[in-house]
Design a protein around this ligand. Sequence first.
Ligand SMILES: Nc1ncnc2c1ncn2[C@@H]1O[C@H](COP(=O)(O)OP(=O)(O)OP(=O)(O)O)[C@@H](O)[C@H]1O
Ligand SMILES: [Mg+2]
Length: 356
Amino acid sequence: MNKFVIETRNLCKKYQNTPAVTNINLQIESGEFISILGPSGSGKTTLLRMLAGLEESDSGQILLADNDITNIAPYKRPINMVFQNYALFPHMNVFDNIAFGLKIKRELTQSKIKDVVLNALNLVKLSGYDNRYPHQLSGGQQQRVAIARAIVNEPLVLLLDEPLSALDQQIRDEMKDELIYLQKQLNMTFIMVTHDQNDALSLSKRIAIINNGILEQFASASQIYDKPETKFIAKFIGNTNLLTGQIIEKSANELIVEVNTGIKLVVNQSNFKSQLISLSIRLEKVTLNLKQIADSKNQFPATIIRSQYQGGYTVYSLKLNESTIIKAIDTSSANYQIDSQIWLSINPTDIIVFED
Ligand SMILES: Nc1ncnc2c1ncn2[C@@H]1O[C@H](COP(=O)(O)OP(=O)(O)OP(=O)(O)O)[C@@H](O)[C@H]1O
Ligand SMILES: [Mg+2]
């Protein structure tokens, strides 16, 4: 028995000759909340539609709890999808929208359907709205109806395409809490597509990062953030200083890298074949001090050239030499002034290295 509720094997899809999804291998466990995150046009919706059976794959397989469903019709898959534009039936009230799929199936009595629909409305916090029509609902409420409609069939997997993107910030935050609540309550596998990294980091247990149709990493939020496997991910997630340079010295566990802008950095890594590498240093890993600290590696005098107060923290731009500018986040209340001289240091273990 496969422990994965959904598994894709080398899934591929091209539109005309343009690849949209290339060799995607995903293994998703039952009851997980997964995000698929990537820039616009990276293939997220295409992948979701392939899982739902709304898009045919060119090659590869989709397995659902051990069964090959690659060529099974969408309505025969225990997978439902909530579309980005909600796709509610405008001429039906909320009750009928949610009951639609159940009525077509003809498996339940009228009174059982009523129970199931009212229970779903309660779950999405819309009790009492059953007689309204979609145009009488706010965007957030329409979204909830779309979710209720998708869960009444008790699918094994719920696919959500950008469920939060049309909502304003406050409703978005509420909806996030409710998605987490719903997912736990239903103990259903949720696969959510988003291009918002904050939504992905805060909602899901694991995140699949897709770029140009290719799965670059599928890991927990903290692994994605702290140990990005590709340069694209380091740039795409969070804020980082990205530098390029070459290795000029190697020891058993350290590299000395000459950055193209003229500074030298010690990095706690080894085993790099190529001499040319890129370095990623998260803004919050750059430490600022008024004085030089004894025995600290990667320590440089710098001038503050820009300061942006963000409430709770400040982002500083620091000039190390004519062509090296490093950004740092400082959460202390130090309030360094523009043009002041300070020291910055970067722990060698906090530098992430990519081979170019
Ligand atoms: N029906 C189609 N015919 C031709 N090309 C398509 C079709 N649907 C998608 N594409 C192309 O496939 C690629 C992936 O599109 P997709 O909609 O999956 O991206 P996405 O990651 O969902 O983007 P967004 O964040 O903007 O929704 C894009 O280059 C897109 O132009
Ligand atoms: Mg999309």
